[in-house]
Design a protein. Structure first.
Length: 765
């Protein structure tokens, strides 16, 4: 191989030399020696074997975790517990350009409240979209407790597409919970507040402060929530908590509990006993039962009035139409979880050691026979506990949430105070097993646990405290998600995963093969609106336009390894809007764009078009560059924004060349290029002699390679034209660019060739 070929090969083959040596070092120690050295037991090894995923391996399930106060969603694999992604939802996330490009800023702006930007969210409950009660892998919803909002994430690209603000609530908690065909997404209020956006004294708490549950209509075709068709039930100020949607026989109904039906208002600084004392006096609170199906019919029939632009069902109308009932539930309840078959509802009270199992059959009978024990102060009928309860089971101190197993009647309840998981049978009403966790568990999640057909297998315990589980990192500890094997009779603790991003509350887990995420966008795509961007720019069509809006629009492109344009000139005081389209088709070829001192930071995945608009307030020189190490010449992926002072007159002359080139330099470069072409031809020969068209990944690489080769051809022509005029300066530089395109072609070609070899491509005649 001659020198230039070696250069190409070294460049394009990447940097993976010397792995063989590492393999030898491993084989020097035996399993026994490693166990002894690290103090591992047979049980540890078994646990490791159940979670360890060799390089390149995939997980069976993907977990989508609330990111707590980070306002994000965390995606990790089960059983490996490897984090795969943070999805920016309510909070800007620089790496993804979320909250930095104009397109995603528009999504965050949907979540403004009274015109104010809110750059965090207290996310609690993620929920998958469902079809017939099964997760369909298309969308994820998540709520923000602090600023009553819901967000829609499209699992096609794992991006946030929509944020809606609840028009009535001032805080929420019981969202997101999805009805079996994603007809609606439930969101229930938490702390009661007036529906109006004005001051109402606490003395009017009972009359003017209200709870609520909103059923957000989901438009499946558009993949967006439809505020116009959503409706809200007015509820008493009982501090509503979690919700769940009915299914099977309870389809069409929703369940929402509450923890302060005492309607107590604290004021410890005024000498009043605090909220915690007043909200835990009664032995029971109320489970709210709402009929969304009938409510939707009333809305469709025009029988529900709108308030603040949204349908609002007042309590008296809900009572009159038979849409709303109350059932006593254990003191200070937390979780309410409907069984997969929709026949039972399990509620746990934080201050009761029992989990309470309600029978839908009994509840329905009481409603049908109008058998009530009375009414609450707002006239809502109360179904007597004995007319609704199936059984009570002593599960431990401080039960919170319940997950259903694949095995019939088997459930797992998180026990906060006792720091354990209790496995029990809700049909028979008996405890089966208990496992200590570390420490103070909140939610827990079983695989596809909220669907009509849970998978069981694994359980993740979301612990509130980590205390001594990890290397200390200061007073703020990571959270601890513990993986538990629930496939056998006895639960087995497998693994601790530290999560250092907010306090996640809930996780949902889906079979990985239900997700079909894209690897690239259609060319020129606005990923936030899911439509073609008006700023889509094709190769060779880059331009700078001073628009009628007075804005300097830069229509640019990025591709290995340059940003076009490389020089942008504007005048001080002008507003600049830079639109960049990533021309790559190859998988994982994302480019970034960072610009000095303008808070501009973009992520441009293959096919995407993103924009950054800012005012160039002051004259100066502003370098920009690509932030992703995308190619060997990544550092050279750079440019200058020149902001000229007003009325600046350019001095005569041109850019001074730093280095001068001669005919000898030109000839040398051309020789390299000719050799390189031979490498390309041999790779092309390999690809085209195989059934590469059967591999979409390779087809995309070949498309990109063909583009790059086309650019090489153009650069070649330019260099030859300059050479023919004896301008060896430009001829050499363009010959260099010709080679750059060849290297990228060869890089793509070799990646395609490797893929074909590794995936058993067949030779074709
Ligand atoms: S909540 Cu946090 S442990 Cu928001 Cu579902 Cu129970
Ligand atoms: Cu593109 Cu670095």
């Amino acid at each position: 191989m001659n020198n230039s070929l070696k250069r190409v090969s070294a460049l394009v083959m990447g940097f993976g030399i010397g792995l063989g040596a590492a393999t030898n070092a491993w084989s020097q120690s035996s399993l026994e020696e490693v166990m002894k050295d690290r103090g591992l037991t047979q049980k540890d090894l078994l646990a490791a074997a159940k979670t360890y995923t060799p390089t390149g391996g995939r997980d069976e399930y993907l977990a989508f975790s609330s990111g707590g106060q980070s306002g994000q969603v965390i995606v990790y694999g089960i059983p490996s517990m490897r984090i795969l992604k943070y999805i920016g939802v309510f909070t800007p996330e620089p790496w993804q350009g979320y909250g930095f490009d104009d397109e995603s800023k528009a999504v965050l702006a949907q979540g403004r409240i009274h015109g104010k930007d809110i750059n965090f969210g207290d996310t609690h409950h993620p929920a998958f979209s469902e079809t017939k009660g099964e997760y369909n892998g298309r969308y994820l919803f998540i709520n923000d407790k602090a600023n009553p909002r819901l967000a829609v994430i499209d699992l096609h690209d794992f991006e946030t597409k929509q944020i809606v603000v609840n028009p009535f609530m001032k805080s929420e908690h019981g969202g997101a919970f999805v009805t079996p065909n994603t007809e609606y997404v439930m969101e229930a209020a938490q702390y009661a507040a007036p529906f109006e956006d004005e001051f109402v004294p606490l003395e009017e708490f009972n009359e003017k402060y209200r709870g609520a549950v909103t059923y957000w209509k989901f438009d499946d075709k558009k993949g967006r929530l439809d505020p116009e068709m959503s409706f809200t039930f007015e509820l008493p100020p009982y501090s509503q908590d979690l919700s769940d949607a009915g299914k099977g026989p309870s389809m069409g109904w929703g369940f929402t509990n509450s923890f302060c039906s005492e309607r107590y208002v604290g004021g410890i600084e005024r000498g009043r006993p605090p909220f915690e004392a007043g909200c835990s006096q009664k032995d029971t609170d109320f489970l709210h039962v709402t009929n969304w199906k009938k409510a939707a019919e009333l809305v469709a029939a025009g029988k529900v009035k709108k308030s603040k632009g949204s349908y609002m069902i007042p309590m008296d109308q809900a009572v009159k139409e038979g849409l709303l009932y109350l059932i006593p539930e254990p003191k200070s309840p937390h979780g309410v979880d409907v069984s997969p078959d929709g026949t039972h509802i399990i509620v746990s009270g934080k201050l009761d050691s029992h989990a309470w199992v309600y029978s839908w059959d009994k509840i329905q009978k009481a409603i049908k026979n109008k058998k009530f024990e009375g009414k609450d102060p707002y006239g809502i009928p109360i179904i007597a506990m004995k007319d609704a309860l199936h059984t009570q089971v002593q599960v431990g101190l401080g039960p919170l949430h319940t997950q259903y197993d694949a095995k019939k009647c088997v459930v797992y309840t998180s026990i906060y105070v006792d720091s354990m998981v209790t496995k029990w049978d809700y049909c028979e009403g008996k405890v089966l097993d208990q496992l200590h966790i570390h420490y103070n568990i909140g939610h827990l999640v079983a695989m596809e646990g909220d669907s009509v057909s849970p998978d069981g297998k694994y359980l993740v315990s979301l612990n509130k405290l980590a205390i001594d589980r990890f290397n200390p990192v200061g007073p703020l500890h990571p959270q601890n998600h513990q993986l538990i094997d629930i496939s056998g009779d006895k639960m087995q603790l497998l693994y601790d995963m530290p999560l250092p991003l907010g306090e996640p509350h809930y996780v949902v887990a889906i079979k990985a093969d239900k997700l079909k995420p894209a690897v690239r966008y259609k060319s020129g795509w606005n990923s936030r609106t899911d439509s073609k961007s008006p700023y889509k720019t094709r190769a060779g069509r880059e331009k700078v336009v001073r628009g009628e809006d007075g804005v300097v629009h830069v229509y640019g492109t990025v591709i290995r390894s340059h940003i076009t344009p490389e020089i942008i000139e504007v005048e001080e005081g002008e507003t600049v809007s830079i639109h960049l389209t990533n021309l790559e088709r190859a998988e994982d070829e994302t480019h970034g764009f960072a610009l000095y001192s303008q808070n501009v930071n973009l992520s441009i995945e293959p096919g995407k078009t993103v924009s950054a608009t800012f005012k160039a307030e002051r004259a100066g020189v502003f370098p920009y560059y690509c932030t992703e190490f995308c190619s060997a010449l990544h550092l050279e992926m750079q440019g200058y924004l020149l902001v000229k002072p007003k009325g600046y007159v350019a001095k005569a002359g041109k850019i001074q060349e730093g280095t001068k080139y001669t005919q000898a330099d030109y000839d040398k470069q051309v020789k390299t290029n000719v050799d390189t072409q031979a490498v390309i031809n041999s790779v092309v020969g390999f690809i085209t002699s195989h059934n590469y068209k059967d591999f979409p990944e390779v087809v995309a690489l070949v498309e990109d390679a063909t583009d790059q080769l086309g650019f090489a051809e153009e650069a070649k022509k330019k260099s030859e034209t300059f050479a023919s005029k004896g301008d060896y300066q430009n001829a050499t530089l363009w010959a260099g660019q010709w080679w750059q395109y060849q290297v990228k072609t060869a890089d793509l070609g070799l990646r395609a060739k490797t893929f074909l070899e590794e995936h058993g491509a067949k030779k074709v005649k």
